[in-house]
Ligand binder design. Structure first.
Ligand code: NI
Length: 288
């Protein structure tokens, strides 16, 4: 663990998102052409063979009737999931690479401000950051937000051994469990990178996104807001809670989406409300 922390400190102040950019861009390009909600294709393969692609219908058909993993069992301490009407528009705001001082707390302030409207978000945290700001993670969980696993060091999982992959994920899951009394249910692979080895060794549903606000690239509040407000029912919106302009954007996006009639829910709440089971070994971009 000490070795990890030392490496963490060295790597941390380097702009994490700068490292994300090339593959984030690739991911965005792929998602612009893909209509599948669920796929098992490697992120770096631009033209998957048709048989490798599964549709949401396939995923539901192949759903196992019994789930015994602890990670999918709701914790008795977890916030009660509100019931959503069949005609309600739901969207999941997701924030990656945090928590981070001066940014995540501002986003949580807005979430708290609109708590009476059941506003929740999902934070895909890094172990490096959780080690520095554990209290922010605890606060997010206490507000009903979901804490997802974005791995310990933000490494490309497709380049790791099975053992390294498992440690990148499980070391962070242990930390999240200690801080929130709840096991994380979701993994967002760094860079969206995944392949058959990742699916085989990371026993969680992989959560991607279908709206990339490009906040990590533009650092522009107005364009981040504009991108997010283009969402539709069932969308997963990607932002990064490591930029102050993203906090400023969230301060506008949350009230605007509420005015537009959206309910802001966690990723798990979104899929549950849509009746789409999330399964390990699959990746999801949206709930529809
Ligand atoms: Ni990231």
């Amino acid at each position: 663990m000490y070795k990890k922390l030392v490496a963490a400190m060295l790597a941390l102040s380097v702009a994490l998102c700068a490292a994300c950019q090339p593959i984030d861009m690739l991911e965005e390009a792929l998602s612009a052409t893909g209509t599948e909600t669920v796929d098992v294709t490697p992120a770096v393969t631009p033209s998957p063979s048709p048989e490798a692609v599964q549709t949401p219908g396939d995923a539901q058909l192949s759903a196992q009737p019994t789930q015994t993993q602890e990670s999918v069992t709701p914790s008795p301490d977890a916030p009660v999931t509100p019931a959503y009407g069949a005609d309600e528009k739901l969207v999941a705001l997701t924030f990656d690479d945090g928590p981070y001082k001066n940014v995540t707390p501002r986003i949580l302030d807005v979430i708290e401000q609109y708590a009476d409207q059941g506003v929740h978000a999902t934070f895909f945290v890094l172990g490096l950051q959780v080690a520095q700001y554990p209290e922010i993670v605890a606060r997010a969980a206490s507000l009903g937000c979901e804490i997802g696993n974005h791995t310990y060091h933000h490494k490309n999982l497709t380049k790791l051994s099975a053992e390294e992959m498992q440690s990148e994920v499980e070391d962070l899951s242990d930390m999240i469990r200690e801080l929130t009394d709840s096991s994380p249910k979701l993994v967002r692979p760094p860079y969206g990178a995944r392949n058959d080895e990742v699916y085989a060794n990371v026993p969680y549903p992989l959560i991607l996104w279908d709206i990339d606000t490009l906040d990590w690239s533009t650092h522009d509040t107005a364009s981040t807001v504009e991108a997010a407000l283009k969402c539709e029912d069932g969308d997963i919106i990607l932002m990064h809670d490591v930029h102050e302009d993203t906090a400023a954007a969230a301060e506008q996006i949350i009230p605007r989406l509420l005015e537009m009639g959206f309910r802001l829910v966690t990723v798990s709440e979104l899929f549950e409300a849509k009746g789409m089971p999330l399964e390990a070994g699959h990746a999801y971009r949206r709930a529809r």
